[in-house]
Design a protein around this ligand. Structure first.
Ligand code: UDP
Length: 466
C-alpha cells in the first residue's frame, strides 16, 4: 500500500491545536505523512516542530500573528471570515503543490467549526474526516438541537434525549444553546457544521474519546458512526510508547519549570492544581472567592493565572485582598505544562473549568476534580465528571444570585475531593480506574488503537478507488 498523506487543519485555539497535533503525531507514528496547517502564531509557538518524522507544516496568516489580545479590539466575526479565506487558500495551494510533486494527499482532516475545510476537500475530490474534539455526548446534544429538539433543549429544565442514558438539566447543556448565551457567533458556525455533515453520505467522524468512556453516547445518533480514537494526550503521559513525546508542543507561553521542583518538594497527593484553561476569564470577585477558599483550605496549591488577556489579569491578581498570602501559601504561574503537572505524584486534585482536554488529561492521570465549568461544552463535561464517571464534585453555582461561587462552597468541594476517606476515597478510586481504562484504550490492540487502524484501512480503500 502506498503511504497515507494527510492534510490536517485545526482551529487556532490551544484547545483545538493540542488534540489535533496529538492526532497528527499518532498518524505519523503509523508511517503516514501529515501536513499540519495552522496560523503563524501557533506555528511559531510550537516547540520541537521538526522532531516528529513524517510531520510537516503549512502556515498562513489570519491577521493575528502575535496572538489575540483583549486590547486588540478583537472582532470575532471578522476573524472567522479571514480565517476562512486565508485558511482555504492555504489548503488549496498545499493540495495543488502536493499533486504537482506527485505526492497527492489521501485525506483532509479538520477540527470543529472549520466547515470550509471540508468544502475545499470536496473541490479536489479528496476524502474528508472531521476530528470532533469534544465528547460524543456533546456531539449528540448539538445533533439533537439541530434536528428537532431545539425548543426542548433551549427551554426545558429537565431533559431526556434519544440515546443518552442519563437526564440533563439546563445547567448540563452546552451554554451556546441556551437563551442566556452571549456568544452569538458560535451557534451559526455549529449549525453550518451539522449541515455539512448532513450533506455527506457516511461522513467520517473521529472523536477524542474512547469506547469505554461513552459507550452509549457514541451510538446515540443512528445516522452517523462515530469513531473514538482518544484520548489524544502526549504518549509519555499515556501509553509511554514514545517517552520523548512529553508535550503538546504548542504552548501559549514559554514554560519555565521551577514549578516542577516546587511540586516535587510537596508530599504525595497534597497539592491542589487550579487552571481555567486558555479562554475563560474569571471576574475579580470570583478570583477573590477562589483565592480565599484556597488559603482557608490549607492545602498547597499551584494556580495558573494567564496574562494573555493583557494586563487586566495581572492587575486583578495584584488587587486581591489576600494577594501576598497567596504567594506564600501557593505557587502562581502564568503557564505550565499541564500534562506534566497532572502526572506529578504530589497532585491531590484539579480545580478545573472542565475544558474537554483538561478533563481527559485529568482522567487519564487519575486525578479527581473539582468541576468549575464556565461556558460551552464545559457544562456537559462537568455533568459527566460528577454524575457519570464519578471522578469529581461540581461547585454549586446557583447559590449566589450573581452566579459567583463563594469561598465556602469551593472550600467544601476541596475538602471532599482531597479527603482520604468516604467520598474522597471513592472519587480517587474511580479516577484510578479511568486512568487504567484510558491507557488500555490507546495501547496496541486497545479500542482506540483498533479504531485508528480501521480508519486508516478505510482511507486506503477509498484512495485506491480514486
Ligand atoms: N494547558 C497547559 N497549560 C496551562 C493551561 C492549559 O498546558 O497552563 C493546556 C491543557 O493541557 C489543555 C489545553 O491547554 O490541553 C486547554 O484545553 P481545554 O480544552 O482544557 O480548555 P480551553 O482552553 O479550550 O478552554
Amino acid at each position: 500500500m502506498s503511504q497515507h498523506r494527510f492534510l490536517l487543519i485545526a482551529y487556532p485555539l490551544q484547545g483545538h491545536i493540542n488534540p489535533a497535533l496529538q492526532f497528527a503525531k499518532r498518524l505519523a507514528s503509523t508511517g503516514a505523512h501529515v501536513t499540519f496547517a495552522t496560523n503563524l502564531y501557533f506555528h511559531r509557538r510550537m516547540l520541537n516542530k521538526s522532531t516528529t518524522p513524517g510531520l510537516s507544516f503549512a502556515t498562513f496568516s489570519d491577521g493575528y500573528d502575535d496572538g489575540y489580545k483583549a486590547s486588540d479590539d478583537f472582532d470575532i466575526l471578522a476573524h472567522i471570515s479571514v480565517l476562512k479565506r486565508r485558511g482555504s487558500e492555504c489548503l488549496r495551494s498545499t493540495i495543488i503543490a502536493a499533486q504537482n510533486d506527485g505526492q497527492p494527499f489521501t485525506c483532509v482532516a479538520y477540527t470543529i467549526l472549520l466547515t470550509w475545510a471540508a468544502q475545499v476537500a470536496r473541490e479536489f475530490h479528496l476524502p474528508v474526516a472531521l476530528l470532533w474534539i469534544q465528547p460524543a455526548t456533546v456531539f449528540d446534544i448539538y445533533y439533537h438541537y439541530f434536528h428537532q429538539y431545539k425548543d426542548d433543549i433551549a427551554h426545558e429544565s429537565h431533559l431526556e434525549l434519544p440515546g443518552l442514558p442519563f437526564p440533563l438539566t439546563s445547567r448540563d447543556i452546552p451554554s451556546f444553546l441556551l437563551s442566556s448565551n452571549i456568544y452569538t457567533f458560535a451557534l451559526p458556525s455549529l449549525e453550518e457544521q451539522f449541515q455539512e455533515l448532513d450533506q455527506e453520505t457516511n461522513p467520517v467522524l473521529l472523536v477524542n474519546t474512547f469506547e469505554e468512556l461513552e459507550p452509549e453516547a457514541l451510538k446515540a445518533v443512528d445516522k452517523y458512526s462515530m469513531i473514538p480514537i482518544g484520548p489524544l494526550i502526549p504518549s509519555a503521559f499515556l501509553d509511554e510508547k514514545d517517552p520523548s513525546d512529553t508535550s503538546f508542543g504548542a504552548d501559549i507561553f514559554d514554560v519555565s519549570n521551577d514549578y516542577v521542583e516546587w511540586l516535587d518538594s510537596k508530599p504525595k497527593l497534597s497539592v491542589v492544581y487550579v487552571s481555567f484553561g486558555t479562554l475563560a476569564v474569571l471576574s475579580r470577585r470570583q478570583m477573590e472567592e477562589l483565592a480565599r477558599a484556597l488559603i482557608d483550605s490549607g492545602y498547597p496549591f499551584l494556580w495558573v493565572i494567564r496574562e494573555n488577556n493583557g494586563k487586566e489579569e495581572k492587575e486583578k491578581l495584584q488587587g486581591l485582598s489576600c494577594g501576598e498570602e497567596l504567594e506564600v501559601k501557593g505557587k502562581i504561574v502564568k503557564w505550565c505544562s499541564q500534562v506534566e503537572v497532572l502526572s506529578n505524584g504530589s497532585l491531590g486534585c484539579f480545580v478545573s473549568h472542565c475544558g474537554w482536554n483538561s478533563t481527559t488529561e485529568s482522567l487519564a492521570s487519575g486525578v479527581p476534580m473539582v468541576a468549575f465549568p464556565q461556558l460551552s461544552d464545559q457544562m456537559t463535561n462537568a455533568k459527566l465528571v460528577e454524575d457519570v464517571w464519578k471522578i469529581g464534585v461540581r461547585v454549586d453555582d446557583k447559590a449566589n444570585e450573581e452566579g459567583i461561587v463563594e469561598a465556602e462552597e469551593i472550600r467544601k468541594c476541596l475538602e471532599v475531593v482531597m479527603g482520604t476517606e468516604g467520598k474522597g476515597h471513592e472519587l480517587r478510586k474511580n479516577a484510578e480506574k479511568w486512568k487504567c481504562l484510558a491507557r488500555e484504550a490507546v495501547k496496541e490492540g486497545g479500542s482506540s488503537d483498533r479504531n485508528m487502524r480501521t480508519f486508516l484501512d478505510d482511507v486506503a480503500k477509498y484512495s485506491s478507488l480514486m
